[in-house]
Design a protein around this ligand. Sequence first.
Ligand code: XMP
Length: 525
Amino acid sequence: MSDVEQVSSVFDTILVLDFGSQYSHLITRRLREFNVYAEMLPCTQKISELGWKPKGVILSGGPYSVYAEDAPHVDMDVFKLDVPILGICYGMQELAWINGKQVARGEKREYGPATLKVEDASSPLFEGMDHSRVWMSHGDKLHGLPTGYKVIATSDNSPFCGITHEEKPIFGIQFHPEVTHSTQGKTLLKNFAVNICKANQNWTMENFIDTEIKRIRELVGPTAEVIGAVSGGVDSTVAAKLMTEAIGERFHAILVDNGVLRLNEAANVKKTLGEGLKINLTVVDAADEFLDKLKGVTDPEKKRKIIGNTFIHVFEREAAKIQPKSGEEIEFLLQGTLYPDVIESISFKGPSQTIKTHHNVGGLLEDMKLKLIEPLRELFKDEVRHLGELLGISHELVWRHPFPGPGIAIRVLGEVTREQVEIARKADFIYIEEIRKAGLYNKISQAFACLLPVKSVGVMGDQRTYEQVIALRAIETTDFMTADWFPFEHDFLKRVASRIVNEVDGVARVTYDITSKPPATVEWE
Ligand code: XMP
């Protein structure tokens, strides 16, 4: 049984067929917000190969024109499922194309807000909705009613803003209810999923814990052993704790101290994960090995490769040393893959689909001949955080900023030496401490200090100094694809700069990075 089949056998599931819209994953996200489980699959999914029956189907938006030669089309078997269907934007145009080809280019593109006028208040799709603001993003539109359909909503620019089949629970809407700009969009999706599809609202992290623990136990069996890397971040910690709840000591966590972790990180992880969360943890000090390999290297991509390859080498070596009490060989490798990674690798990206592999520690599987276990692969980040809190992981760890795999090596610009790492670490520690003290940590998506490979003149006491520069970065973002710099108060920056220059030897000057992404990236390297 596939992962999706297993989850769908417990939770009523709405199938979202993705036609490539940038908003598609948000449909899944919104449905889960009111505890209805949803799975997104590419629009090319063959219904006969699904292996499970959805409670309803949503056809997403997409960047194509249904009448174009290479336009993607839904498998007609979707209509044989005999479940409610909702077409959104391209999805509605697809319904219209199938039923009379009533789609053409609009006189002008419609992008932005419009007012929804509900024409048929008795339609269950619009229950509890009035003339609300909805978000439009389309070039094509319906220029007539598909055969067997009637109008249930209009807008100034779209006489067919909402349609429904005369007899069957099939609906189409021109706007995007999944974006928050559509003020009552969530109500509409809830009307569809809960009232029309009759999907059970049982997708909660409490229920997920129970089903997932059961699933892990069945998968791993009564004796097999599992190994996994932890980093001190939220995803690997939640995955490790879940494994521990399921199979106890038969799960072996390894933290590889690569010498470029944050200040006191290895010791802190030992304390919180090992002692606090009772995870069967081995901490491996491989700092010298990593730093030796990084000697003389200044190119950021080379640093990443060296750290990635050395990690695999060290992890495999340490894994081979583990002697499971059961006497069994280690059979599984745990990975903290999340749903956005899965979506990224399966979503429909046009006629030539781009499939991206999403192994967090790519390379390990082939060499170690281990089977993969990914308990978080159905979850969004905020669901992982909620799960973490339910599993007793501290609020502080659950809400920790992300930290890149290559760590401080890509925050020490130029050559990475033990001394340079130490300077960057201390500055970063002070910066984060001040952010926490000011109550700003949870308002910022990510913050860190970088050590620049330039020297600058300063004066301390009566002495002229000639030391390095620290650059501080803090960003606000929802998806890390685009980001804005955080507008600190001047007093805050003054305090941090003063502490860093006074407390960290080797630093003469502090700057604050005020570049957004794009054009800059979040990390400096
Ligand atoms: P950029 O610098 O690409 O960062 O704008 C976006 C997010 O990705 C993180 N990042 C990495 N994470 N390995 C990782 O595990 C890497 O090589 C890496 N590079 C960037 C970065 O910290 C930010 O959260």
